[in-house]
Structures are given as structure tokens and as C-alpha cells.
Design a protein around this ligand. Sequence first.
Ligand code: AMP
Length: 439
Amino acid sequence: MAVNNVKGTRDIIGEEANAFNYIENLLKQICELFAYNEVRPPVLEHTELFVRGVGESSDVVRKEMYTFLDKAERSVTLRPEFTAGIMRLIVQNKLLNTNELPFKAYYVGPVFRYERPQLGRYRQFSQFGVEAVGNNSPEIDVETIALAYTILTSLNLENVSIRINTLGDDESRENYKKALKAYFAQYLDQMCQDCHSRYELNPLRILDCKVPEDQKIVEGAPKMKDFLSENAKNRFNKVLALLDEMSIPYVVDDTLVRGLDYYSETVYEFHYTSSNGTNYGAIGAGGHYDKLVAEIGGPNAAGVGFSFGVDRLYSVLRDDNLLRGRMDNPVEIYVMPMGEIAKPLAMQVATELRVSGYRTDMCFEDVKLGNMFKRAERKGASFAVIIGENEVNNQEVIIKNMATQEQINCPVERLTCKVSELMGDECCDGECQCHHKEN
Ligand code: AMP
């Protein structure tokens, strides 16, 4: 019996893989413009990192981690998110021991959560995000939002709403948690079992409960904004004023608390509704954290970061028809050897074209010329390069324009120059011996 993929994982193939490449490359370019550098932490970390970093009260740690004992009986976990791993990377490599802060990094790669698979929700999915660590200013919070906003506008995603809230400082959150405990105490016997442990571990998590009956109770709960300290209020107002100055649109959403325990002060989410009205929920989210670096054993340093689900970005771009021309990856030149005798020259020619920057494929099967042309067409080739016995003997090739059907003979040594000319590209900077412009 054939072996299939693991539930909640999926194969990304063909057009979809091309689209993922387009999305990830664009995001990388924008991060580079904002002077973030790539980091590549391992997929596997000690379980303790996520328990300490992401927090014991989060659903991710309580229910969703892929945790197992390795052969030496150490508990290890496939990362369920990037931030804790990046904090470990920063602390272990002493990257904050510099006066050039914040340390700014971006990342992309798979993460693993044992969730119930459903539309747009997988057990292995890809995240792309950034972290800026070692600066506590409202400006750096806003820089990350500006970066995310640039990403969204560059992808032409117009129907995004940026929702923002503050979780305040320690003092604000402690007062708020007390108020939540007092409020939920009256309803606890009507609430789900998960909410009972949330009540003990971190009552803020109750606000994220998805059980409809519990949500009704949550609606009447006290609001964070009424428990903010003066400092927290001022900091949040600065963030909003900066966003206004930069003309970045947002909505303040005082129900937003985020599902991971490490956040404080600014938190934000990017919600998407497609042009036909489908609500995709959050395609990305992030916020500020004060304690995470210290929690992992590093110095007291604040940070801020966000993460986009690449699979979600792909779905919304596809459904809103924003991937036209981004999903195909045609070959430019298809090399067609006619028989055994032509194969060595065909391979030599194909390699030369590739080295000159042309995406080139070659026919490896002994099929008729007509069949090879069909293959060239299906691959979207602009030109076919045909090599038969005569061409081998004369050290030349036939170049055929697939659109106009015109064909010319060309000496092998002039091939790449001729192709550049036919493609409308700049040729060989004048130092080449081909003289094709004179031909
Ligand atoms: P989080 O780390 O939970 O804040 O998630 C950040 C982003 O990752 C979300 O906004 C989604 O776009 C994406 N995401 C989270 N969970 C999943 C999942 N199970 N499958 C696909 N994408 C996900």
C-alpha cells in the first residue's frame, strides 16, 4: 500500500510552489530594505524553551506542540512559532552585546501545531516574520507595522484592516487580571473546562475562548483600556499618533489580546476580507514583549515582531486573483537533440545558455520532432534550439522562434549572443567576439 502524507500537512507543488516563492522573495526584499537580516534557527528546540517562552497558559503549549523524547531521552519540540527560538539564538550568540541596537532579523520556514485541520488551518504551515530586539521605543513598534503595511500594499492586498490594541505594562495587566478574575468567578461553573485552567494560569486567555456560550460571557467582561496606567496610555497614544503621521490606517480593537503569553503594550493583527466579502480572519499578527529575552536567560531587553502565515497570504492572493503571472514559471529555451549523436552538443549548449542566465530545459527522450515541439509549447518556451546530425557536423544549431515560427541557423560559438539579441536583452558589453550586431 502507498504511504500518504501525515494529516494536516500538504504538498506544495507547481503553480502553488511558484506562488510561495514569489511571496517569500517579495517579503525578503522588503525586509532587506528595512535593514532586517535573515536568521535561520533550527526547527528542533528543547521543549523548555517554548514552555518558558510561549507560556504555559497558551493553547499552543498546553495542547498543540509536537513534543517527543529523542534517543537520549531529552524532551524536544518541533517549533510551534519562531519568536522564542529567535530569542534563544540572540541570547546564546550574545547578539545584544553591542551598542548597535535593535537587533533586527527576519525569518521564514515551517512551524508545527497539532491543531484540528480545516480550511486554511494546517499542522505544518509556513511563517514569515520579523523581530526587532533591544529597543523599547514606540517608534520601533511602528516600524514593524510600517514594514508589514509595506508588505501588504506591495502584494496589492487592499482589503486589510490593521487592528491594534495595548495590553499595557505589568501594573496595568496585573490590575486587569484581578478585575477579570473577579468578573469570571461568578460565571466559572457555566464555562468550559479549558477556561477553568485559563482562570488559574492566566485569565487573559479566557478572552480568546472560542466556545460560543463562553464568548457571550466574555462580551460583558471588563475592558483593558479601563485599567491602563498613565505610562501605558501615553505609550499607546504615541504609537497611534505615529501611525496617523505615517498615514497608516488602523482600527483600535479593545478585544484584541493575542494568544501567546509573552506580549505586553502594543499588539496588532492584520485581518483580511476578500473582494467578494469572505472573511479570512487574521493573516498575520504581532506585538511588543518586555520579558521574553530575560525569560530565556538573557538581559532585560524589550522587543517587537510579527508573523504572517505564508499559506494564508497565498490563499487570499489566489482567491482575490492577485497572483496572475506569478504562478507560472515558463522555460525560455527548449533544446531538442535529434538522436543519440546530438545529445552531447545539446547538453553543452543547454549548460551555456543556463550559465548566461536563460532558463533552459532539454528533451531527454527519443521522441519525434513534432512531439518535442509540443513539449516546448507546453513548457511555454520562447525559443527551441534544434540539433541534428548536420548541425553537429557543422558545429551549429537551429534556433526557432516559437511564436513566429521563424528559424535561423547559428554557429554554436555565437549562440548565447544570438539568443540575447533575439530576447531583446543586452548582449556582451562590446568585448565579445561574436559580432552578431554586424550579421
Ligand atoms: P500566531 O503565531 O498564532 O500569531 O499566528 C500568526 C499567523 O500564522 C496567523 O495570523 C496565521 O496567518 C498563521 N497561522 C497560525 N496558525 C495556523 C495554522 N494552523 N495553519 C495555517 N496558518 C496558521
